[in-house]
Design a protein around this ligand. Sequence first.
Ligand code: ADP
Ligand code: ADP
Ligand code: MG
Length: 683
Amino acid sequence: MFKKILIANRGEIACRVAATARRLGIKTVAVYSEADANARHVAVCDEAVLLGPAAAKESYLRGDKIIAVAKATGAEAIHPGYGFLSENAEFADACHEAGLVFIGPPASAMRAMGSKSAAKSLMEKASVPLVPGYHGDNQDADFLQTQADRIGYPVLLKASAGGGGKGMRVVESSEAFRDALASCKREAISSFGDDKVLAEKYLQRPRHIEIQVFADTHGNCIHLFERDCSVQRRHQKVLEEAPAPGMTAERRAAMGEAAVAAAKAVGYVGAGTVEFIANQDGSFYFMEMNTRLQVEHPVTEMITGADLVEWQLRVAAGEPLPKKQHELAINGHAIEARVYAENPEKGFLPSIGTLRHLGTPDAVNFELGGIPGHPAGVRIDAGVREGDAISPFYDPMIAKLIVWGADRKQALARMAQALSQYQIVGLASNIAFLNRLVQGEAFATADLDTGLIERNHDALFPAAQPAASGALALAAVALIEAEKDRSAAQSGANAADPWGQALGWRMNQPYVRKLSFADDYAAGLPSKAYGVEVTYLNDGWMFNLSGSEASPQLLTLMSQQGADISVKLGDTAVHGSVRRDGELFHVFTNGLHYTLHYNDPMAHAGESEAEGGRLTAPMPGKVVAVLAEKGKEVKKGDALVIMEAMKMEHTIAAPHDGVVDDVLYAVGDQVADGAPLLAFRAA
Ligand code: ADP
Ligand code: ADP
Ligand code: MG
């Protein structure tokens, strides 16, 4: 076995590989970019070497530098993780030439599977079932259209060199073919530097089912069952599970055999995934092979008890596979959810920022003995810690949340519970969306297909609900109690002096205070304002929501420990935690996350209001949402236009109450830096 390896990746997968290496007593070398100097993967490895600037092209994709670092630090092998150089055959060759072991398949197998077209030709010869289509060399537009007509619409065009859900176009009719082909080729050349495409029958309501394969250098090639990754957005996976619901032993054996045949056809070694697209009747076709460890490999680990990274290391070191096919069995059910910094309400646009607060569910810490497959309930594979930033340079994944259950029902319940305990403050995340998704009927009943999210759009994107009074009560109590702490600290020796304190205590008459909150308009949803009236009593408050029918209720603080607060509102006990981030109060209660904007009367006292707000584009970019309407009155802070630039969103909000006189751009328009976006008149 190796004594030292270099991990040529970042984020959760670099941490994941390091964890197994540590368990096996193998030293690790991390590499990092300038943006990642304080990243978690740097901290968990034994050594770390800077590669270069943030851009992947100048750091994580610099194969030459990475090899030089491996030589200089005495690493014997390089683990590429996934993404970046993991499927780069030239890099694998270069490692070999430098006398280093590339922990992955032979370069020849990567080349054979690198092109979806060439891979399909190979699979045809190995008698692996294929989706009807054309995957030959003839790229003449007329010819391709004839092929599409023959296949029958809808047809799916794919970039041969594509990946990550990019470079695909669904074509509904012969008339629409030319435009779709042109746009597919444009995206293919710009994303992959190769405009070759293939055409396939576009299946209706298919499922994505993939098989984990493993081969060693001693001629053994086996599979570790399937994963269902049907729940996708933009052809990218969101939820993955193993085993696949509804899978029969016969079908599993048939798919496993087909996958092993595919791997053998290219002389595969190491971990790989053969992806199939399956009809609802169970018939399945080869889609592509990913020649690396997959993002969703943990669900396989949880049901088999195998540490796939350990297997990779053993195979790369020349050892035989730790297990034979007949020694493997499925134990229970596992589900993975990809926790992303993104905004599902805005078309899953990535969001960036600092993780000001990260509260995770009770989980097995993978590094501290959370052996994969151990029926431990909840596992989190993360690449970031509280205080870390999600930058615009890399994938916006925050973590992978993986649960295990004796059956699917238990796994689902654990997933819902874990998601309810997940707290993220500082950037938009898909936590609430994931929770609706796993609790929604379609996923709960395993009514799976790749269109699940679109089909259930209304249930998954419900209209914004007004904040619950319990959430507002928690925010109010957090605010008042924090003031008390501050005033106690300030008054020091005069602590006994009631006049020196901000306890709200007044002589003779009850003190009534009006607090004003609003939904956070940054979410792009219509914002609602809440007037909370609190009347100070000796041992609590009277709580009244202005404009609400409900009569005032007695509010008392039951307990408070840090951010965790329990109150009694009327007859109801409300538990939750409140995190303040400037003017934003993040209230986590009842499995929900409310972001409330506190209109602090003190914060703006004395601030002079600037006359003309900058209703111009803050940088060159694309308009992704127009919330303003011509002629409509808006309130200060209302979101008017949302722009996207550098994978990042910028909200242009109303600087004052006023009227929008004109909207100058539409969704999808490119705008130049400083371009006026709206004509706005202050009230
Ligand atoms: P597929 O959808 O083909 O099965 P996965 O879901 O396994 O692929 O995701 C792998 C993709 O994730 C890579 O192709 C790459 O685009 C992206 N990716 C992988 N590793 C990283 C990383 N460390 N940082 C950012 N992005 C990554
Ligand atoms: P990538 O390399 O981007 O992962 P894939 O070929 O694996 O590309 O396809 C990604 C996704 O696109 C699949 O998981 C599936 O949801 C959808 N897809 C691919 N081929 C078809 C098809 N023939 N019919 C319907 N959906 C498909
Ligand atoms: Mg794929």
